[in-house]
Design a protein around this ligand. Structure first.
Ligand SMILES: [Fe+2]
Ligand SMILES: [Fe+2]
Length: 226
């Protein structure tokens, strides 16, 4: 999907974009556009109806698509850390929206046999634990790495790797609760958007942890350093 101008929005429904473009629900909320109850509406028509400038909306949705910047193959440490920090920002931006969406789906569809019971609590827990973890990296470990390119940080890195294992475990629970990020047949737009958003969180988190565990951390571990 490419959205580069207001005219690219015409002919697409608001629900289709909410369900297939992770983070789009947050953009629609920001523009006060109802993506849930008016999911079948043409997004261009809906924007004009809500008094939203379609160029501004297209720009916001295009920025979301471009936010998945490919990482350079052999980045310098400063560059790599800057790239990792963009994942921190993304988790912080997307998790609260996902928690709200999960609470809504769990409440509205409480009687549905496939309702993702416990997902909102799990995401809330993940948000709290990730925040503590990311703060440790941002305030202590990463600045120390930037200052000392040949330093060794075996003990703090071991702790970070342990935290990552916990995040991986939570990710698998999230996968189970969402039926492998697949909404049931006939699911509402919110449920579809929840699965799309949870899948993106898992994908981002996996890439984020991979960059730290496999590319950044080995540069600062005595036993693993070449
Ligand atoms: Fe991180
Ligand atoms: Fe980390």
């Amino acid at each position: 999907m490419t959205i580069q101008s207001g005219s690219d929005l015409d002919g697409r429904t608001i629900g289709e974009i909410a369900a297939t473009l992770p983070g789009a629900t947050a953009v629609f909320r920001k523009f006060k556009m109802d993506f849930c109850c008016h999911g079948d509406a043409d997004v261009g028509d809906m924007a004009r109806q809500c008094g939203v400038d379609t160029s501004d909306l297209a720009e916001a949705l295009d920025a979301l698509e471009k936010s998945k910047t490919p990482v350079p193959t052999t980045p310098e440490t400063d560059e790599l850390i800057d790239h990792i920090l963009r994942y921190h920002e993304t988790h912080r931006r997307e998790l609260p929206q996902l928690i709200t969406l999960a609470r809504k789906v769990e409440t509205v569809h409480a009687g549905h046999p496939q309702a993702p019971h416990g997902l909102a609590d799990l995401l809330h827990q993940m948000r709290g634990e990730l925040e503590v973890h990311m703060k440790k990296e941002e305030l202590i470990l990463f600045p120390a790495m930037r200052r000392g390119p040949r330093a060794r940080f075996d003990a703090p890195i071991a702790q970070m790797r342990h935290d990552h294992d916990d995040h991986g475990e939570q990710m698998r629970r999230m996968e189970t609760l969402t039926g492998d990020f697949t909404p049931p047949a006939g699911a509402c737009r919110s449920w579809q958007a929840l699965c799309t958003g949870a899948a993106k969180l898992a994908e981002d988190l996996m890439e984020h942890i991979h960059l730290e565990n496999n590319i950044l951390f080995p540069r600062y571990q005595g036993a693993l350093a070449s």
